[in-house]
Design a protein around this ligand. Structure first.
Ligand code: 5AD
Ligand code: SF4
Length: 487
């Protein structure tokens, strides 16, 4: 008998991608094989995101298509995983009766057993039915598995299952205890639960022993790490210092931070530890105090700026990434202009911009969603354009510099490879040499594009590169200061 095949589609954040890796580990350990095409799979799983309505709509539409497929393939197992599973639970099964399993993010620990059960039940249901009745009838095994309190992280991770040879994500905490008015994450992901430092150091060592040189730590409020580990004095700064000691680890990043936990000890760690990637993802969300207050973000624009000033005093080369929401209920043109002004003043190097989307069950869903879609679209476009201009200027400043990039793979353009700098900037160069994947190579930047740079691969020697990279970092640093003093 051939092994059963699964196909997994993942939407949403990096945390979801990592969860998907975990689900794949469990299935592969149980003898399942990957189906490259969804059409060839016996088990179709969708790892979902609930942060915005748009993300959910895509899943509802995909489920609609699978319902049609299941008419002719009644044995097919369809599973909804992640945030939408947690959020919609039984409603999912009544609206989509062909769905066989609904598994929330806290219950991935026994996902393989749940899938196996669904396959057995489907086979039994199909065998029991009269052939005539099966023609249009579409029934799923209908299992809900949410909130069992089994954290996926408690499973010893199979470090070999990961999409990149030299890069890996590591979830250091789950959930979120922040009260942001618009956000569904605390509902779908639950309370903050941090993993013990010793477990994380062990996992990092195993990843590095298996060839990983860049680790990105994940958490919804990653810099609040440890506050639930009472009496252990576990903090992100301490964890970074521990992981930094692993000799073969070359880059260490962490996402996503909350401005309220950008503490002096964390700033010191960023300033002192050279392996830490030189960017900080610190979502500001808005540049208007009244909007920030309504969002319950817990800081003012002045306080946000003060924190950044403190950061740049000690670590002036750290680039800033942000998230912004436009069109929050009650946001006026003046509020929006304040956001534009903040973006220009702090010269973020990358921003994700979202149109406000009311999520049922959140505090702000009770408010009138009074900014018209036309205004949301326009503000979104304006902010995107401002960010693009800033990014283009910053990319332009890189022309002529030699940067060290970690090669990630082929670019979308044939004959080009792509990698990232320690600031997370994308750089492409002419080459078809797959053997470069996972290597740190020097590239001389020759051209700035809107979202990335083009450059020439230089002959390299590991020892020489670290000196060249240092020199170019110093240059970049000088440019940054010139940029910020323009304010
Ligand atoms: N509407 C729009 N954007 C949202 N985000 C979170 N919730 C919403 C919402 N209801 C954005 C925030 C957050 C990012 C992950 O998604 O900017 O930082
Ligand atoms: Fe959502 Fe706020 Fe938590 Fe981020 S910090 S996940 S925006 S509640």
């Amino acid at each position: 008998m051939t092994e059963p095949k699964y196909h997994l589609t993942s939407y949403g954040c990096q945390m979801n991608k990592l969860d998907s890796e975990l689900v794949e580990t469990k299935l592969q350990q149980r003898g399942y094989a990957v189906a490259i095409e969804e059409a060839d799979a016996d088990v179709v799983l969708i790892n979902t995101c609930s942060v915005r309505q748009h993300a959910e709509d895509r899943v509802w539409s995909k489920l609609g298509k699978l319902r049609i497929r299941k008419r002719t393939e009644p044995n097919l197992v369809v599973g909804v995983l992640g945030c939408m599973a947690q959020e919609h639970k039984r409603y999912m099964l009544s609206r989509m009766p062909h769905v066989d399993l609904v598994v929330g993010p806290s219950s991935f620990g026994d996902i393989d057993a749940t899938v196996e059960q669904a396959r057995t039940r489907n086979a039994a249901l199909v065998a029991e039915r009269e052939p005539a009745k099966t023609k249009h009838e579409v029934v799923g095994a209908g299992m809900v598995s949410v909130d069992q309190g089994i954290s996926g992280d408690s499973i010893k991770r199979n470090v070999k299952v990961r999409p990149h040879r030299s890069q890996a994500y590591m979830s250091i905490m789950r959930g979120c205890n922040m009260p942001c008015s618009y956000c569904i994450v605390p509902t779908t992901r639950g309370d903050e639960v941090s993993r013990p430092v010793a477990d994380l150091v062990d996992e990092a060592n195993r990843l590095v022993d298996d060839g990983v040189t860049e680790i990105t730590l994940l958490g919804q409020t990653v810099n609040a790490y440890g506050r639930d580990l009472k009496g252990q004095d576990a903090r992100l700064s301490g964890l970074l210092r521990e992981l930094h000691k692993i000799p073969a680890l070359r880059r260490l990043a962490f996402i996503t931070s909350h401005p309220n936990f950008l503490s002096p000890d964390l700033i010191d760690a960023l300033a002192e530890l050279p392996k830490i990637s030189r960017y900080l993802h610190l979502p500001a969300q808005s540049g208007s105090n009244s909007v920030l207050k309504a969002m319950r973000r817990g800081y003012t624009v002045e306080r946000y700026k003060k924190r950044i000033e403190q950061l740049w005093e000690k670590a002036p080369d750290m680039e800033l990434h942000s998230d912004f929401i436009v069109g929050y209920p009650g946001e006026t043109e003046e509020d929006f202009e304040a956001t534009v002004a903040l973006m220009k003043e702090l010269r973020f190097s990358q921003s994700y911009i979202f149109k406000y989307s009311a999520r049922p069950g959140t505090v702000s869903a009770e408010l009138v969603d009074d900014v018209s879609m036309a205004d949301k679209n326009r503000r979104n476009q304006v902010l995107l354009a401002v960010q693009e201009e800033l990014s283009a200027e910053q990319n332009q400043a890189m022309v002529g510099q030699t940067v060290e990039i970690l090669v990630e793979g082929e670019s979308k353009v044939a004959g080009r490879m792509t990698g990232r700098t320690s600031q997370h900037r994308l750089v492409h160069f002419e080459s078809s040499d797959q053997g470069l994947c996972g290597q740190y190579v020097p590239v001389k930047v020759t051209e700035a594009l809107a979202h990335s740079c083009l450059g020439d691969l230089l002959a390299h020697d590991a020892a020489e590169m670290s000196a060249a990279d240092q020199a170019s970092n110093d240059l970049a640093h000088a440019d940054d200061q010139a940029g910020t003093s323009d304010k």
